[in-house]
Design a protein around this ligand. Structure first.
Ligand SMILES: NC(=O)c1ccc[n+]([C@@H]2O[C@H](COP(=O)([O-])OP(=O)(O)OC[C@H]3O[C@@H](n4cnc5c(N)ncnc54)[C@H](O)[C@@H]3O)[C@@H](O)[C@H]2O)c1
Length: 326
């Protein structure tokens, strides 16, 4: 049996946490041979609820679950941790402007970045789920200057999975037939799901649908899916978000399949002309616990316009919290 690794989950008492922790403990994220120690971080008022989640985890008698730590102290939550899923975030309250939301989250993620810098494993892999995910990831990264900036990522895998299913449904195939999906940019309504490079059974997806459906139905459906779920369910997506977080970390830790790729919000190195340093979603392949941006993906004028729009939004979000970045 391998040595246990430490996995920190913030916002562990929330609804995504509830859909996430049991799957991490069962081996779905890091494999059936990898024991885990769960380090669960939430705020003080959530400690009773978190204790209840811990009791349920214990009651599952998961063979891979080596220990559970519950805490409201970031220093304890991130101590020696190998993987961190930053789910807890401040939701938008009534009358709250976008700027207020960015600032409230900047406060949370700067504290967590500092704790990661001081306490976590130097090889930590960080996934930010809490919104605005890309900018929260940037804030966390900037507050952890001793850790490689490539170790901080933001989740666009839910958008990626949504887009795969939408094109599979349209073309009468299954998700197994869909490869090379890409979500470019921000996890927001400006994200750009690219069908020019997606393959359906090896054929370019764009050739199987008409441009009007692509622009007027597919793109808005993927971009607005989160809002559609809130409207239908009366609560935001939780199980599908948890599933995407598992997929993201599993791909990063254990690798992507063959010549397929996945979408990850990662530190831009200037690829495709995207401003260096932004946390931007690119097509990525993973192996040996590392990711790389897939190069030479075809970019036409339509894609370029959409990629630039979502890049501009990310630059604006960053500028909105500039005074809070070290
Ligand atoms: N990237 C994506 O695709 C995606 C998808 C769905 C949801 N989300 C985001 O994920 C986040 C969590 O969603 P949820 O439905 O689980 O929300 P939730 O309100 O059910 O749970 C959030 C939890 O975070 C905790 N929390 C708040 N501040 C904290 C802090 N400073 N430290 C630790 N914990 C803290 C809260 O106490 C709560 O338990 C939201 O920001 C949501 O917008 C992202």
């Amino acid at each position: 049996m391998k040595q246990p690794v430490r996995v920190t989950v913030t916002g562990a008492a929330g609804q995504i946490g509830y859909a996430l922790l049991f799957r991490i403990a069962s081996g779905a994220m890091l494999g059936n041979d990898q024991p885990v120690i769960l380090q669960l971080l939430d705020i003080t008022p959530a400690m009773d609820a978190l204790e209840g989640v811990k009791m349920e985890l214990e009651d599952c008698a998961f063979p891979l679950l080596a220990d559970i730590v519950c805490t409201d102290d970031p220093g304890t939550g991130f101590k020696d941790t190998d993987y961190a899923l930053l789910v807890g975030a401040r939701p938008r309250g009534p009358g709250m402007e976008r700027k207020d939301l960015l600032e409230a989250n900047a406060a949370i993620f700067s504290v967590q970045g500092k704790a990661i810098n001081e306490r976590a494993s130097r090889n930590i892999k960080v996934l930010v789920v809490g919104n605005p995910a890309n900018t929260n990831a940037l804030i966390t990264q900037r507050n952890a200057p001793d850790i490689n900036p490539r170790n901080f990522t933001a989740m666009t895998r839910l958008d990626h999975n949504r887009a795969k299913t939408q094109i599979a449904l349209k073309t009468g195939r299954t998700v197994n037939d869909i490869t090379r999906m890409t979500i470019w940019g921000n996890h927001s309504a400006t994200q750009y799901p690219d069908l020019f490079n997606t393959r359906v059974d090896g054929q370019p997806a764009i050739g199987l649908v008409d441009q009007a459906w692509y622009e007027e139905t597919f793109i808005p459906t993927v971009q607005q899916r989160g809002a559609a779920i809130i409207k239908a369910r009366g609560a935001s997506s939780a199980a599908s978000a948890a599933n995407a977080a598992i997929d993201h970390m599993r791909s990063w830790a254990l690798g992507t399949d063959g010549d397929d790729w996945v979408s990850m919000g990662v530190h831009s190195d200037g690829s495709y002309g995207i401003e260096e340093g932004l946390i931007y979603s690119f097509p990525c392949r993973c192996s040996d616990g590392d990711w790389s941006i897939v190069q030479d993906v075809e970019i036409g004028d339509f894609s370029r316009g959409k990629m630039s729009a979502t890049e501009r939004e990310l630059a604006e979000e960053r500028d909105g919290v500039k005074h809070l970045l070290p």
